[in-house]
Design a protein around this ligand. Structure first.
Ligand SMILES: Cc1cc2nc3c(=O)[nH]c(=O)nc-3n(C[C@H](O)[C@H](O)[C@H](O)COP(=O)(O)OP(=O)(O)OC[C@H]3O[C@@H](n4cnc5c(N)ncnc54)[C@H](O)[C@@H]3O)c2cc1C
Length: 289
């Protein structure tokens, strides 16, 4: 099926894109188009105007800034992130995550911003970005605001972004410990995924703090609070038994949607397996540092 007719605009600035999309939200930003064009062709969404953001300079930049924050432009494709030297050096798990999203065609044109703004719960990047405590920078007609990755999804396929706000940058502090990611999938997209980020003490053998997120079970990534609490302040050697002691409680606290990816008990089990695999990888990484 063909989409209904729409106008096409190519602004060269962020302000121009925000103006062009319009307050009422009848225009839509067009980045790689991998989700958008499918949805328009299926006529599950409609727009009278597509605002192509590919011509805006600097939206596909990746940098480590003076404040030790890593910044990803929202127009970075999965491929670009996978192959970027800054990401490979400082967050190899994110490079590997992006190298395994979808297929080569999607990774070549699909962007991190489009992935986040589509709000699909069965997605890879947001789980890791939430574990990294990433901030998402949105620019709209009334200025700039920053939303934490944890708070970006409102419900399935719905984010807190206003229709006339452009996601420009995703920023997070350069990790000071292992960052790991595991997912399980039956089809194209993850059924369950788990990401973990540790901050290590000066010796490299003690965990100062840990962030653990489980994705794809509900509409947005969820923290495993009991695991984060038990990891805080312990030595790397104590991690496995500490996690195992609280794992059933932690998994029991997860909200789980039952869908074609499986039932609640099955998905909780998968989350536990993936968490322990993350932990083993992080233990090994801390040991070899
Ligand atoms: C076959 C297939 C397999 C896939 N497998 C996976 C997978 O394994 N894991 C995974 O995580 N994802 C998967 N995806 C999703 C894929 O990652 C996304 O399609 C892609 O990243 C979307 O980026 P895009 O630039 O094409 O977005 P677009 O299609 O251009 O846009 C998507 C939505 O975001 C809005 N938007 C885009 N950029 C911005 C911005 N900067 N600011 C505000 N709004 C914006 C658009 O208006 C639109 O509503 C898959 C997709 C397909 C089609």
């Amino acid at each position: 099926m063909l989409p209904s007719p729409f106008a096409f605009e190519r602004p060269s600035t962020i302000a121009g894109a925000v103006r062009a999309v319009g307050k009422s939200g009848d225009g839509m930003f067009y980045s790689g188009g991998t989700e958008l064009l499918l949805a328009l062709k299926l006529r599950v969404i409609h727009t009278d105007r597509l605002i192509d953001i590919k011509g805006i300079n600097g939206l596909d930049r990746i940098a480590l800034n003076d404040a030790n924050d890593i910044e990803l432009g929202a127009r970075c494709t999965h491929n670009k992130i996978a192959n970027d030297p800054v990401i490979r050096a400082h967050v190899p798990a994110l490079s590997s995550l992006c190298a395994n999203v979808a297929n080569i065609r999607i990774r070549s044109v699909g962007t991190i911003g489009g992935n986040l703004c589509f709000g699909e719960p069965h997605a890879d990047p947001l789980t890791m970005l939430a574990a990294l405590d990433a901030r998402l920078v949105l620019i709209g007609p009334s200025g700039t605001r920053v939303v934490h990755a944890d708070d970006f999804i409102r419900s399935e396929l719905e984010t807190v972004r206003e229709p006339d706000e452009l996601l420009t940058v995703i920023a997070f502090s350069r990790p000071t410990g292992p960052v790991t990611y595991r997912r399980f999938k039956h089809g194209e997209r993850p059924s369950v995924n788990v990401a973990m980020a540790w901050s290590l003490g000066p010796s490299g053998r003690t965990i100062r703090s840990a962030r653990v997120r489980v994705g794809a079970l509900g509409s947005r990534p969820q923290p495993l609070k009991a695991i984060e609490d038990v990891l805080q302040g312990i030595s790397v050697a104590e991690v496995r038994p500490a996690i195992e002691a609280v794992l059933p409680t932690a998994l029991g606290e997860l909200e789980v949607n039952e869908d074609r990816h499986g039932g609640a008990e099955y998905k909780r089990h998968l989350a536990g397996v993936l968490l322990l695999r993350n932990a083993d990888e992080a233990i090994a990484a801390a040991g070899s540092a």
